[in-house]
Structure formats: structure tokens, C-alpha cells
Design a protein around this ligand. Structure first.
Ligand code: CMC
Length: 392
């Protein structure tokens, strides 16, 4: 009989060779193509990071200008897609809308679905990165009953996203460059994270030869879960539910109770067992944004800070190496910027799109690539004979 290694949750299975992202969970290090995340968050910007993740090197000024030109050429979505949006219920969660709309891109952009054509793969990659902010913003506008806002290509990537989310035809809207910078940093911090659940989903979907839009839609669907990208929404909702500092011990006790499924959202990570370097940058960014917006006595922030302090001293969290992850502070920034919690995970999805695409392209170009097909240990019934219904 075949012998298989049993590895539920894939804690010790490497599914591929990759040159894109490196994580050292004990040291709390994250590199994109060798560059530490702290340096990229501080000195680079999202579209440059996209180039780096996709092509392996930082661009020259000329390459960067050319890449940005190619991206901005594709920021609008097919006009017919507006009708597709309108088919959704008004109160649909923007993630639900995004899974559908991104999947439907295979129908709207059929000329870039041939996986075997390198040029079509490239066009699909550019289209996805360029259109994802437009789609996320449209999902938001639709959910609040405001008109869709077209992209403005003279704005940079993050500023354009804020413009599409927050401007209305009736008023002039000026994007605050400091907020755009904070938005850009959130995109950068989420851009890739090696073989996490959604990226593995994209790779597995892609291993069958499925088209890139279908694969990214699968990634978005996986990201939505509260153990993964959905944690940012769940975390802020938890902080609001706690509401005041004096109720924190009650929630800490719930999180520690084996019989209670409740977990502290925004805490813990499969790989980081010391700290999440993204959370560190995010925390600084949160302080900057709140300062900028003059928000000093935000109760959610007070609860977050106190919860972090108590948990980091608590024997349960210390012994299990549970630290705040990237989702712990991102929600505070996004809330301060004016986003409802339902937009937190869509923002994660649009940021991660480049990582999904870079991983998908790497896989397609890998000569070792074959369909992903895990095995199982069968623990069901032994062979038995069918019994007619009258005899059961
Ligand atoms: N609160 C309370 N207990 C926890 C938590 C938490 N947030 N996370 C893990 N534990 C406990 C868990 O009960 C288990 O205890 P025991 O060994 O006694 O059974 C132990 O710690 C190990 O947990 P695990 O579930 O085996 O760990 P995992 O690597 O499978 O899960 C995780 C990692 C991130 C899914 C988990 O820590 C979690 O559910 N965290 C809350 C959700 C969250 O913040 N997710 C965002 C992750 S980072 C961004 C992203 O991926 O999108």
C-alpha cells in the first residue's frame, strides 16, 4: 500500500521552491526578494514593490516609469462591468462582490486567459493589479449607494484608491498626501507573504491550468475567512465589542478558556513566533495617522493598546508565543481614514493581488510544476454491499 505523510494544516510540508518572499518566524523577519519589509515600508512605495515582486529586482527610473504607464493604462474596468455590479444585492458584503467580479474578469478579458502564452500572462497580471483598486472601490460605493467614481490616472496608486472610495460628484475631494502615504504603506505591508492559505489556494487552482482571473478569485475567497484576511474586520469588531479597558480581563479569560471557541483576533501566527514585523510598522503608522487626524482619545485604540499590554504579559499568550499580527493595528488606521469594517478585507485583497500573481507566474514558469493533488489517509467504512431501501 502507498504510504503518505500525514500533515494536517501543512505545518511541515513545503509545496514549492520560491524566490519571492522569505520569512524567519523566530527572528520576526520578512523580506521581499531579499529586501527587509521595514526598509521597503519606509523608503519604497507600493508600485515599486509590485515591480520587485513580479520581476525580481528593483526597477530603474525608466523601468518604473514604464511600469506605471502600463498600470495606469488599465485602471478602468470594462463599462459593461458596471451592470454586473448592479446585479448584486445592495447590502452585499464587498468581499462577496469582489469574489464574483474578479471571477467574471475571465469573461470580460478573455484575450488574457491563455495560461500558455507569456504575453497574455503578463497582460493579465497588469490588468489585475491595475483594476483591483477600482473594483474594491466600486464594491464599496455600490454597498453604500453612491455612484461609482472613475480612476484618476494623475494620482498615484494609493491616492487614486482613496479618491475612488471617498470622492462624490457633488463635492471637490482632495486626497491628503499623508493619508495616501499611510494607505500605500498598508498595501506594501500586505503585498506578499509566501505560501499562506490564500496564496496556496491560488497556486493550487493555477496548477490545473485555470486562468489567472479564476485563480485570483479563488484566492480572494480563501482570504475572506476570519483566521486569515478576515481577521482585520473581526479584530476591530472585537475591539469595539470590548468597548472599554475594564472589560478586557473578561475577554482574555474567554480567549484562554479551552471550552470557548473565542480567540483574540489579530493575535497569533502560524509562522511568526516572536513578533510580526508587519505589526511593528503598522503600529507606528497607526500612531502617525491618528496624530495627523487629531484623534487622541479613540476608545478602540485605548482598548487595543491595553489589550496588547495585558496579553503580552499573560502566561497563556507568552507560553503559546501569541503576538499581535498585521491585522491587529491595520483596522485602527483604516477606521480612522473613514473605512467601514466591511472594507478592511477587500483592502487586504487588493494589496495581496500582486503577491498572488507573482506566485502564480512563478509557478507557471517552474518546470517542476504539476497539478497539486494531496493524498489522504482513509479512515471511513470498510468495503460493504449495497442494501435495498426496503431492507434498511
Ligand atoms: N487567541 C487565543 N488562543 C490562541 C490564538 C488566539 N488568537 N491563536 C492561537 N491560540 C492558541 C490555540 O488555541 C492553540 O492552543 P492549544 O495548543 O492549547 O490547542 C495554540 O494557540 C496554537 O494555535 P493553532 O490554532 O494551532 O495555531 P495555527 O498556527 O494553526 O493558527 C492562527 C494560527 C493565526 C490561525 C491563529 O493564531 C488564530 O486563529 N488567530 C486569530 C485570527 C487572526 O488574527 N488571524 C490573522 C493571521 S495574520 C494575517 C493573515 O494571515 O491574514
Amino acid at each position: 500500500a502507498d504510504v503518505f505523510t500525514y500533515d494536517p494544516g501543512f505545518t511541515s510540508t513545503a509545496s514549492c521552491d520560491s524566490t519571492i518572499t522569505y520569512i524567519d518566524g523566530d527572528k520576526g523577519e520578512l523580506w521581499y526578494r531579499g529586501y527587509p519589509i521595514e526598509q521597503l515600508a519606509e523608503r519604497s512605495h507600493y508600485l515599486e514593490v509590485c515591480y520587485l515582486l513580479l520581476y525580481g529586482e528593483l526597477p530603474t527610473a525608466e523601468q518604473q516609469a514604464d511600469f506605471e504607464r502600463r498600470i495606469t493604462r488599465h485602471t478602468m474596468v470594462h463599462e459593461q462591468m458596471h451592470n454586473f455590479f448592479r446585479g448584486f444585492r445592495r447590502d452585499a458584503h464587498p468581499m462577496a462582490t469582489m469574489v464574483g467580479v474578479v471571477g467574471a474578469m475571465s469573461a470580460f478579458y478573455h484575450d488574457s486567459t491563455d495560461v500558455n502564452d507569456p504575453w497574455q500572462r503578463e497582460v493579465a497580471a497588469i490588468r489585475l493589479i491595475a483594476k483591483m483598486p477600482t473594483i474594491a472601490a466600486m464594491a464599496y460605493k455600490y454597498s453604500i449607494g453612491q455612484p461609482f467614481v472613475y480612476p484618476q490616472n494623475e494620482l498615484d496608486y494609493a491616492a487614486n484608491f482613496l479618491h475612488m472610495c471617498f470622492s462624490v460628484p457633488a463635492e471637490k475631494y482632495n486626497v491628503d498626501p499623508a493619508l495616501a502615504r499611510a494607505m500605500d504603506r498598508i498595501f506594501t505591508l500586505h503585498a506578499d507573504h509566501e505560501q499562506n492559505a490564500s496564496t496556496s489556494t491560488v497556486r493550487l487552482a493555477g496548477s490545473s491550468g485555470a486562468n489567472p482571473f479564476a485563480c485570483i478569485a479563488a484566492g480572494i475567497a480563501c482570504l475572506w475567512g476570519p483566521a486569515h484576511g478576515g481577521a482585520n474586520q473581526a479584530c476591530l469588531e472585537m475591539l469595539r465589542e470590548i468597548g472599554s479597558v475594564d472589560r478586557i480581563p473578561e475577554y482574555i479569560a474567554k480567549a484562554k478558556d479551552k471550552d470557548d471557541p473565542f480567540r483574540l483576533m489579530g493575535f497569533g501566527h502560524r509562522v511568526y513566533k516572536n513578533f510580526d514585523p508587519r505589526a511593528k510598522v503598522m503600529k507606528e503608522s497607526a500612531d502617525e495617522v491618528l496624530d495627523l487626524l487629531g484623534i487622541h482619545d479613540n476608545p478602540t485604540l485605548q482598548v487595543a493598546k491595553e489589550l496588547e499590554r495585558i496579553a503580552l504579559e499573560d502566561e497563556y499568550f507568552v507560553s503559546k508565543k501569541l503576538y499581535p499580527n498585521v491585522d491587529f493595528y491595520s483596522g485602527i488606521i483604516l477606521e480612522a481614514m473613514g473605512f467601514p469594517t466591511s472594507m478592511f478585507t477587500p483592502i487586504f485583497a487588493l494589496s495581496r493581488t500582486v503577491g498572488w500573481i507573482a506566485q502564480w507566474k512563478e509557478m507557471i514558469g517552474d518546470p517542476q510544476n504539476r497539478i497539486g493533488r494531496p493524498r489522504q489517509l482513509y479512515v471511513g467504512q470498510d468495503r460493504r454491499d449495497y442494501i435495498d431501501v426496503e431492507a434498511r
